[in-house]
Ligand binder design. Structure first.
Ligand SMILES: *Cc1c(COP(=O)(O)O)cnc(C)c1O
Length: 426
């Protein structure tokens, strides 16, 4: 063995996996079982008391899921990860470790529409208060900090317009405030951006999108960077104080730089229950093996489609950070030099009606509410994902009435452009 550190594509294929010790199976088997036999009573007791690592019950952990966790932790440069049932489950489990009723977290206003709903409505019923800030105005994050702030939440490449967030600048605000920076890295994937390299303390993903990559399995994951000191100022009692359900151990003291991932598993997943099916973990692992190939093709196609749209007479403007003229192009060059992702928006001179008409005429692009599929996808946010927001909030979050969002797939770019041409022209 050479002592070379494996590169990203090698990790995407191999990290966390080895031939199955009992059967020799080379692909990671689907351990489709709810529970695991203990060696003896002492072994069982030590597993339940967190004195030993091992399998108990698939709600808390599963060997197929463990390969996925190790692989994504390696790709993101974190210390450990926890797979859960969906991207939204990842967000609930993360914040449950950090928030008490009455606490606040600051979130960038430009977010996945489902996250805006989750933060505004569901989290409010837990007593967790979201305070919105503008990712294009770093000082708005600083101004939002109060003694009850427990975290800052941003997207690396932000929905719906594919804008690029200045992770390092917001990480500086989080450090100063003494709170962790959580980055939703779904639209970038670690192939394009590794937020931990830029100061993120926790990374979350909807695995449903580019990591799984084929539009066939829901999943989510939480990656612990191992960078945050949870013991300061008694702000994070779940991590710093004795846990009555585990013989009074303190998670940070016992588990050090992967204490957050452990808390998410043994306090979050165990009690809230959004476990990932091992079958979905298998599908997503298979997807991740080709992540570098797919992501590069997604980005190259997206750039070609954005350039075509920018030159079309029916199009008023294109928001794609990969275009030299785009306001996020400098940030894209810094954070995502291999490509600015494959999700972006453009606006039509014909407004709302033109948006509705376009989605109905496209044939190769599927009209649906997803991103990060091999297939090209289109949606008109104002009449779908963002329809709950009032007009002002729609415009603020980048989903005005004239806006169409694309998730560009890995088909031949000439076919995608031809489809857009017929739908725009007719
Ligand atoms: C889809 C998505 C989510 C939610 O993930 P689910 O797997 O659908 O629960 C969160 N953030 C972003 C950026 C997404 O695209």
């Amino acid at each position: 063995m050479s002592d070379r550190l494996p590169g990203f594509s090698t990790l995407a294929v191999h990290a966390g996996a080895q031939p199955d010790p009992t059967t020799g199976a080379r692909a990671t088997p689907i351990y489709q079982t709810t529970s695991f036999v203990f060696n003896d009573a002492d072994h069982a007791a030590s597993l339940f008391g967190l004195q030993a690592f091992g399998n108990i019950y698939t709600r808390i952990g599963n060997p197929t899921n463990a390969v996925l966790e190790e692989r994504v932790a390696a790709l993101e440069g974190g210390t450990a990860a926890l797979a859960v049932a969906s991207g939204h489950a990842a967000q609930v489990v993360v914040l449950q470790q950090l928030m008490q009723p009455g606490d606040e977290f600051i979130a960038a206003r430009k977010l996945y529409g489902g996250s805006i709903n989750q933060f505004t409505h569901a989290f409010k019923s837990f007593g967790w208060n979201v305070v919105w800030a503008d990712p294009d105005d770093i000082s708005s994050f600083e101004r939002a900090v109060t003694p009850r702030t427990k975290a800052i939440f941003i997207e690396s490449i932000a929905n719906p317009a594919g804008s690029i967030t200045d992770i390092e600048a917001i990480s500086t605000v989080a450090r100063k405030a003494g709170v962790p920076l959580i980055v939703d890295n779904t639209l970038a994937s670690p192939y394009l951006i590794r937020p931990i390299d830029h100061g993120a303390d926790i990374v979350v993903h909807s695995l449903t999108k580019f990591l799984g990559g084929h539009g066939n399995s829901l999943g989510g994951i939480i990656v612990d960077a191992g960078t945050f000191d949870w013991s300061t100022g008694g702000k994070y009692p779940m991590l710093s104080e004795p846990r009555p359900e585990y013989h009074g151990i303190r998670l940070q003291e016992t588990f050090g730089n992967f204490a957050f991932a452990i808390a998410c598993r043994v306090l979050g997943l165990r009690d809230l229950g959004p476990a990932l099916s091992p079958f979905n973990a298998f599908m997503i692992l298979t997807g991740i093996e080709t992540l570098p190939l797919r992501m590069q093709k997604h980005c190259d196609n997206a750039k070609a489609v954005a350039e075509f749209l920018a030159g079309h007479p029916a199009v008023a403007s294109v928001n794609y950070a990969g275009l030299a003229s785009d306001k996020y192009n400098q940030l894209a060059r810094k954070y995502a030099p291999k490509g600015a992702g494959a999700v972006f928006t453009f606006s039509l001179k014909g407004g709302y009606d033109a948006g509705v008409s376009l989605v109905s005429k496209l044939q190769l692009f599927s009209h649906l509410a997803n991103v990060g599929d091999t297939r090209s996808l289109v949606i008109h946010p104002a009449s779908t994902t963002h329809s709950q927001l009032d007009d002002a909030a729609k415009i603020k979050s980048g989903a005005g009435p004239d806006v169409v969002r694309l998730s560009v797939g890995i088909e031949d770019k000439e076919d995608l452009i031809a489809d857009l041409e017929q739908a725009l022209g007719a």
